[in-house]
Design a protein around this ligand. Sequence first.
Ligand SMILES: NC(=O)c1ccc[n+]([C@@H]2O[C@H](COP(=O)([O-])OP(=O)(O)OC[C@H]3O[C@@H](n4cnc5c(N)ncnc54)[C@H](OP(=O)(O)O)[C@@H]3O)[C@@H](O)[C@H]2O)c1
Length: 278
Amino acid sequence: MKKILVLGATGTVGIPLVADLVARGESVKAASRGAREFEGAEAVRFDYTDPATFAPAFEGVNRIYMVMPSDSLEVEACLLPVIAFAAARGVKVVMQSVMGVAADEHNPYRKVERALEASGTPWVILGPNWFSDNFHMLWGPAVAQGELALPAGEGASSFIDARDIAASAAAALTTDRFDGQAFTLTGPQALGYREAAAVLSRAAGRPIRYTPISDDAFVAMLQGVGLPEVYGRMLAGLFSAVREGATAPVSDGVEVLTGRPPRSLERYASDHASALAG
Ligand SMILES: NC(=O)c1ccc[n+]([C@@H]2O[C@H](COP(=O)([O-])OP(=O)(O)OC[C@H]3O[C@@H](n4cnc5c(N)ncnc54)[C@H](OP(=O)(O)O)[C@@H]3O)[C@@H](O)[C@H]2O)c1
């Protein structure tokens, strides 16, 4: 049986994706820079910045899940060589992109999507909305303090549970029915950050308050915890789409791919109540 290579296997989506594929009986290579061990999968070292790691990782593989590490801004430099490598071997690529990038042909994720579509190799593109999991991961320290300050204004987002992204990716990897298609992945309902904070508060059993702030205040706050200004500006830029309502639509992508509806923010919060409780 040909294997599935999961890049970013130690990531927010990678961890549940490897588990999902192993549970389906697939033969899985779990790739990370440290070749971390995974139950039921073969650990392999892979580094986007080190092409010498590509050939051993692709050995015996006919499908890959490709994700951009969220701590890097070098989207094209990271992903285009992997697409070229996969296409030269006829390996199918399931790419985790970002919801809404098709509206801007200059967006680096969009340029990579275009390159994949033109590569000649089978592909599926997944465009998830903001992850619910950010509340205990990216924004975890703020949530632990009970003070979530973001430049999201009163904009709503149909937050998606990382487990539903993983299940969608697993479906795209294990059938050719969805090849050549792009899917927007969202949760079942759009909520503003004020409503989301109320959901988190109920699950955590303590108050978590949302305060809308300016882009500059947000960037300064991130710099205060050691993040570079350029990264803060990139994140702040994403929130302008939230304020403009671009992250509010609800899609049927998860249901089409997996055959069941996506998890609600309430479900996410109750399943992560102890992490949210701080
Ligand atoms: N968070 C959101 O709300 C959101 C919304 C929409 C789209 N997205 C997109 O989703 C992606 C992030 O997904 P995620 O949160 O599942 O990823 P993630 O948690 O950032 O995980 C990515 C993995 O990549 C690995 N990695 C880092 N640098 C690497 C390198 N040079 N070579 C190989 N592997 C490397 C890391 O593992 P090791 O350190 O173990 O190698 C890490 O576990 C980003 O493209 C982001 O734009 C995120």
